[in-house]
Design a binder for this molecule. Structure first.
Ligand SMILES: Cc1cc2nc3c(=O)[nH]c(=O)nc-3n(C[C@H](O)[C@H](O)[C@H](O)COP(=O)(O)OP(=O)(O)OC[C@H]3O[C@@H](n4cnc5c(N)ncnc54)[C@H](O)[C@@H]3O)c2cc1C
Ligand SMILES: *[C@@H]1O[C@H](CO)[C@@H](O)[C@H](O)[C@H]1NC(C)=O
Ligand SMILES: *[C@@H]1O[C@H](CO)[C@@H](O)[C@H](O)[C@H]1NC(C)=O
Ligand SMILES: *[C@@H]1O[C@H](CO)[C@@H](O)[C@H](O)[C@H]1NC(C)=O
Ligand SMILES: *[C@@H]1O[C@H](CO)[C@@H](O)[C@H](O)[C@H]1NC(C)=O
Ligand SMILES: *[C@@H]1O[C@H](CO)[C@@H](O)[C@H](O)[C@H]1NC(C)=O
Ligand SMILES: *[C@@H]1O[C@H](CO)[C@@H](O)[C@H](O)[C@H]1NC(C)=O
Ligand SMILES: *[C@@H]1O[C@H](CO)[C@@H](O)[C@H](O)[C@H]1NC(C)=O
Ligand SMILES: *[C@@H]1O[C@H](CO)[C@@H](O)[C@H](O)[C@H]1NC(C)=O
Ligand SMILES: *[C@@H]1O[C@H](CO)[C@@H](O)[C@H](O)[C@H]1NC(C)=O
Length: 534
């Protein structure tokens, strides 16, 4: 390039830049001006619009952005605006106006997405935040409830307990998950052996489609209702609320957390656990959680926690454990009896005696930087595989791994019943979570730790499910499919789609083509519409 053309180049670049910033500002302005026209005048939408010059903008953005790795990254851009919907018509207006003005919407309920897809995008976007749509209406006579998307799992547990001591709901262990996002990925918790996933107990939903129309199960049709139960919400519309069927729980449940280090035979017990846990009676769930610890002399070891929940009293549990899992040597004084709602606190890591009022705390208090990857296992990991895993965990340091058993109710539900394919035939699913707190802008540490998580994932490939190597949508991982051959009809979407949904991917793409052929509702890992050539 000679000097005059390079000057021209610089000139034209800055000219283009200013044009594009004018354009994006006017696009935003047009979008913002469109909103009141399409929303209910008795519920003014203007009070729900936050643009970056608003003093609450940054606070609102971060409050429900739960992975510091995402919000600290200098390469990830912020939203043009945050719309905190307070009324269904605000959501309708957001969809209609975003479509008219070609603005990407990111829908956020609880903000727990592991990759932050509810609050980040590579293209200019607006966050549609549903956190204020959080009513929970429980009807004990019919044993049902309507729960809005912005309610948290903790609020749901609390409200159920307020009405009944013998009802509960099977969903996640963390008490700040947004019902909106959590259920669309399946929703998995410690009552899985008895009651399956959250979506297996969902009976209706309220959804706003690409035209801004509100639907219930009947008007959205069974295909869409099928797709949003496990296929991710993002691709099909905005879920306003779910109608759930409450489940029965006894007045007292028993929980325990037993820990064994390598010296105490952790490897053998963990090996047995893989055979036993997926076949336990439906009333009993035992999670396995290995993590590296440093012992007195500065040496490292692995401590494996066996965290259990029995829907019944401890004496019965003791008998059962002596029969089913004697190697664990559970003692009566390991067992803690409590009400079901108190058990949700135990699982969330609150200390004994904490008031159940903490369930009403709607945001995460101690956020960390983290990267999670996931696997499903159909075969047990041999002892040498466990030993390799332990060594890698001690090497990485800041990591925990969680093995959550399938079995029970999951074996009774067919893989086509909902969009969640992984039902019978799986022993357990695993999440590997590397976390850190170095705040060098997060960048250097993030790079290092993310690389470590990939190395571990690579090493476990020989034992995990394969062809496809499956993953759990609620443990979102943008690495999936990155370095794999994507020479398929759908490109990379077919790679991650098959990992998350296996044979259900094609049906999801067909449903997508029916209700959102222009692909308005999308993110980095959404379902693409099936090309018309199929
Ligand atoms: C600490 C922690 C513990 C967890 N424990 C569990 C667990 O025990 N079991 C389990 O299954 N999962 C668990 N998860 C994963 C969790 O279920 C998912 O991250 C889930 O997507 C969170 O939902 P959200 O509404 O909080 O997140 P968000 O980030 O708000 O949303 C997640 C995704 O769903 C989309 N979405 C959100 N709301 C809507 C809506 N109303 N309509 C349409 N699309 C929507 C978002 O755009 C995004 O793509 C855990 C996550 C964390 C961080
Ligand atoms: C507007 O909201 C009010 C109160 O929430 C409601 O009664 C009314 O039906 C709504 N109007 C429209 C057009 O949705
Ligand atoms: C910020 O936005 C809110 C909601 O739209 C509005 O009520 C408030 O006045 C705004 N504050 C500033 C400083 O602009
Ligand atoms: C903030 O931005 C909004 C929308 O772009 C604009 O109307 C308003 O005047 C701005 N306020 C300030 C104080 O800059
Ligand atoms: C609760 O459910 C019962 C049984 O279906 C029904 O008769 C009653 O009207 C419901 N109550 C409310 C407040 O909706
Ligand atoms: C601790 O490490 C030292 C040095 O590697 C080793 O000699 C010692 O046996 C270890 N102790 C235990 C309890 O493993
Ligand atoms: C938990 O707390 C209750 C009372 O708050 C007490 O009775 C019980 O012994 C405690 N259990 C444990 C294991 O500390
Ligand atoms: C993809 O490959 C590159 C180059 O080998 C590597 O650095 C990166 O970690 C890989 N990404 C994933 C997700 O495995
Ligand atoms: C598909 O794979 C090719 C070659 O590995 C890569 O260059 C391209 O970026 C991938 N496409 C997507 C969408 O990931
Ligand atoms: C949205 O509206 C268009 C145009 O009226 C229509 O063709 C399409 O079927 C509608 N989409 C849905 C999901 O109802």
């Amino acid at each position: 390039m000679n000097s005059s053309s390079s000057k021209l180049f610089i000139l034209s670049t800055s000219f283009l830049l200013s044009i594009s910033s004018i354009t994006s500002n006017s696009v935003l302005d047009n979008f913002l001006q469109c909103l009141p026209i399409h929303s209910n005048t008795s519920n003014p939408i203007t009070n729900s619009i936050y643009v970056p010059n608003n003093s609450s903008f940054q606070y609102l953005y971060e409050l429900r952005a739960n992975n510091l790795r995402i919000i600290s990254s200098s390469t990830i851009s912020k939203p043009l605006a945050i719309l905190t919907a307070r009324h269904a018509s605000h959501v309708q207006a957001a969809v209609i106006c975003a479509k008219i003005h070609s603005i990407q919407l990111r829908i956020r309920s609880g903000g727990h997405d592991y990759e932050g897809l509810s609050y980040r995008s590579d293209i200019p976007f607006v966050i549609l935040d549903l956190f204020n749509l959080r009513s929970i209406k429980i009807n004990i006579t019919s044993e049902t409830a309507w729960v809005q998307a912005g309610a948290t799992t903790g609020e749901l547990y609390y409200k159920i307990a307020e009405k009944s001591k013998v009802h509960g709901f099977p969903s996640g262990v963390c008490t700040t998950l947004g019902i909106g996002g959590h259920f669309t990925g399946g929703g998995y918790g410690n009552m899985i052996p008895k009651y399956g996933l959250s979506i297996d107990n969902v009976i209706d939903a309220c959804l706003i489609d690409v035209n801004g129309t509100i639907h219930n199960r009947k008007s959205m049709g069974e295909d869409v209702f099928w797709a949003i139960r496990g296929g991710g919400g993002t691709s099909f519309g905005v879920i306003l609320s779910w109608k759930i069927k409450l489940v029965h729980v006894p007045r007292k449940v028993t929980v325990f957390k037993v820990q064994r280090t390598l010296d105490q035979g952790a490897t053998d017990i963990a090996y047995s656990w893989q055979h036993i846990a997926p076949k336990l009676p439906k009333y009993l769930f035992i999670r396995l959680q290995p993590e590296p610890i440093t012992i007195g002399n500065g040496n490292k070891t692995i401590r494996v926690s066996f965290i259990g929940q029995f829907l019944g009293r401890s004496r019965k549990l003791m008998n059962l454990m002596n029969e089913e899992f004697p190697e664990l040597r559970l003692q009566q004084n390991d067992c803690i009896e409590m009400s079901w709602v108190e058990s949700t606190l135990f699982w969330a890591g609150f200390t004994n005696g904490t008031s159940i009022d903490v369930l009403l705390n709607r945001v995460v208090e101690n956020k960390v930087f983290f990267k999670t990857k996931s696997d499903y296992y159909k075969n047990v990991i041999p002892k040498q595989g466990l030993v390799m895993l332990w060594e890698m965990l001690m090497d990485i340091g800041n990591i925990f791994v969680q093995l959550n058993p399938h079995g029970g109710r999951m074996d009774e539900i067919s893989e086509t019943e909902t969009a969640v394919h992984q039902r019978g035939g799986y022993l357990f699913k695993v999440q590997y979570t590397v976390y850190w707190s170095e705040s060098d802008g997060g960048i250097g540490a993030a790079k290092r730790y993310v690389e470590m998580s990939r190395r571990l994932y690579g090493a476990m490939a020989q034992y995990a499910s394969s062809d496809p190597r499956e993953a759990f949508l609620n443990y979102r991982d943008l690495d999936i499919g990155c370095n794999e051959s994507n020479d398929t009809d759908f490109g990379v979407a077919e790679v991650y789609g098959t990992k998350y949904f296996n044979n259900n991917f094609m049906r999801l793409a067909r449903v997508k083509a029916m209700v959102d052929p222009e692909n308005f509702f999308k993110n980095e890992q959404s379902i693409p519409p099936l090309p018309s050539s199929h």
